[in-house]
Design a protein around this ligand. Structure first.
Ligand SMILES: CC(C)(COP(=O)(O)OP(=O)(O)OC[C@H]1O[C@@H](n2cnc3c(N)ncnc32)[C@H](O)[C@@H]1OP(=O)(O)O)[C@@H](O)C(=O)NCCC(=O)NCCS
Length: 176
């Protein structure tokens, strides 16, 4: 595996983003239905529109590999909220799963959030059946907090989320 690069989305990324958020194998696990190409363009437009916000409201970052930087293989998102807190999301294209790439990208994102941004708390809300996602955050030291009942409406039904959090002090920055 080449080294990972996390970068801001750019105007030309709509097709690659659509390859992710238009794929039922991915969106089945998210709180959204698969998006059409037009809906993906609107999503990207919103991401680009929010990038200049000061302070920033979110970091929606494309994951690429240095060996083939033109291909977006997934994304991570830190949605900033409240005081020094953020909600974490992450997705990898199916072809790139099962290689530790998501864990490495999320680890880098936590370094960025708790380190560069000085956050106190990062949360992740995960569907109860999404074992690979729960395994990922637990392997990084997230604590299970409880169940948020009927948290999202997805795939035609209400779905609980299992809530996880990681606090500053529970994480060793890569630079430490
Ligand atoms: C959740 C998701 C990002 C996890 O991706 P992933 O590639 O399985 O996660 P990791 O990077 O932690 O990789 C772990 C797997 O890689 C394997 N692996 C291979 N080489 C590895 C390495 N060097 N280091 C770590 N794991 C490695 C592990 O054994 C593990 O395999 P397993 O799942 O068969 O046990 C992915 O399943 C996904 O995008 N799902 C759809 C969207 C989603 O659910 N997002 C989260 C919403 S809460």
């Amino acid at each position: 595996m080449g080294s990972l690069v996390l970068r801001d989305f750019e105007a030309g990324d709509a097709d690659d983003l659509h390859a992710i958020v238009g794929d039922d194998r991915v969106t089945y696990w998210l709180s959204l239905e698969s998006l059409s190409r037009d809906e993906t363009q609107s999503l990207l437009d919103g991401i680009l529109e929010r990038q200049p916000d000061t302070p920033r409201s979110e970091f929606y970052l494309a994951i690429t590999e240095s060996a083939s930087p033109e291909v977006i293989i997934g994304f991570v998102r830190l949605g900033l909220m409240g005081v020094k807190a953020a909600d974490l999301g992450y997705v990898l294209r199916p072809e790139w799963q099962g290689r530790g790439i998501a864990r490495a990208a999320v680890s880098r994102t936590i370094d960025f959030g708790l380190g560069d941004l000085g956050l106190h708390r990062i949360t992740a809300n995960i569907g109860p059946m999404n074992t690979s996602s729960m395994r990922l955050v637990e392997s990084l030291g997230f604590q299970r907090e409880g169940t948020i009942r009927d948290h999202v409406h997805t795939n035609g039904a209400w779905r609980d989320s299992v809530s996880f959090s990681l606090l500053e002090g529970e994480w060793s920055l890569a630079s430490d």
